[in-house]
Write a protein that binds this ligand. Structure first.
Ligand SMILES: O=C(O)c1ccccc1NCC(=O)[C@H](O)[C@H](O)COP(=O)(O)O
Length: 239
């Protein structure tokens, strides 16, 4: 059974995706940054954070991460989240078979590939009906040409700070590196984003920027998100 996908046209419009069409004027959302809260692991906070209305919630299925879902979070809790929120499984160099099994078990509508996944694997997952986000680590420079083979199979890219771990390093990178972005895939900005960046992010204009990814800066412990601080951030970003 396919997991129902939230309203992609409305999200695409919000993100300024080229060629996105309005589903109905009433359903169109004002232009604003999409928000993904990543690394959800704490059952106690899940409902409170979902109630804040993030566009995407990320669940990490990389065993080495301190935010690894493992057996900590019951699949039913994830499946029961409102259908308006995209449930994203975050994977690092996982097989397509295992990704699809987890997507089915947790009712995931989207996958974020945070390792060395190939365009062919993105294509397989896209053909399986999942929204595909491919993450790329950013150091001193970005070679956008290297991303070209991924363009046909990805709904979003995600640019994250290069660090010791594949993700969740809690450090920002030089966002001005993205001012030369010229590909048709919208992207999320990730890496160490915190409340202190809210005003700058709300005013940020970068080609292709669709949303922001929030993670370790909003935690009291790895995987334990602070709903109060996240609420403040969402409010600031939606102004
Ligand atoms: O967060 C993790 O532990 C993680 C581990 C392995 C792969 C990906 C991971 N996170 C994916 C994300 O999208 C994070 O939100 C992103 O890396 C930014 O995290 P942070 O720097 O903590 O804001």
């Amino acid at each position: 059974m396919k997991t129902p996908r939230p309203n992609l046209p409305a999200l695409a419009l919000a993100a300024g995706v080229p060629g996105a069409t309005a589903p109905e004027p009433a359903a169109a959302v004002p232009a604003r940054l999409l928000v993904k809260v990543c690394g959800m692991r704490d059952a106690a906070a899940l409902a409170a954070i979902a109630a804040l209305g993030p566009d995407f919630l990320g669940f990490i299925f990389a065993p080495k991460s301190p935010r690894f879902v493992g057996d900590v979070l019951a699949p039913e809790l994830v499946r029961a989240l409102p259908p308006t929120i995209w449930k994203v499984g975050v994977f690092v160099n996982e097989t397509t078979e295992n990704i699809l099994a987890m997507a089915h078990r947790f009712g995931l509508a989207a996958v974020q590939l945070h390792g060395k996944e190939t365009p062919a694997q993105c294509e397989e997952l896209n053909e399986a009906g999942l929204l595909v986000m491919k993450a790329f680590s950013v150091g001193e420079a970005v070679d956008f040409n290297a991303l070209l083979p991924y363009v046909p199979y990805c709904d979003f890219f995600l640019f994250d700070t290069k660090g010791a771990a594949p993700g969740g390093n809690g450090a920002i990178f030089d966002w001005s590196l993205l001012s030369a972005y010229n590909l048709p895939v919208p992207y999320f900005l990730a890496g160490g984003l915190g409340l202190e960046h809210a005003a700058e992010l709300a005013a940020l204009h970068l080609p292709g920027l669709a949303g922001v990814d929030l993670n370790s800066s909003f935690e009291t412990a790895p995987g334990v998100k602070d709903a109060g601080r996240l609420g403040e951030m969402l409010k600031a970003l939606k102004k």
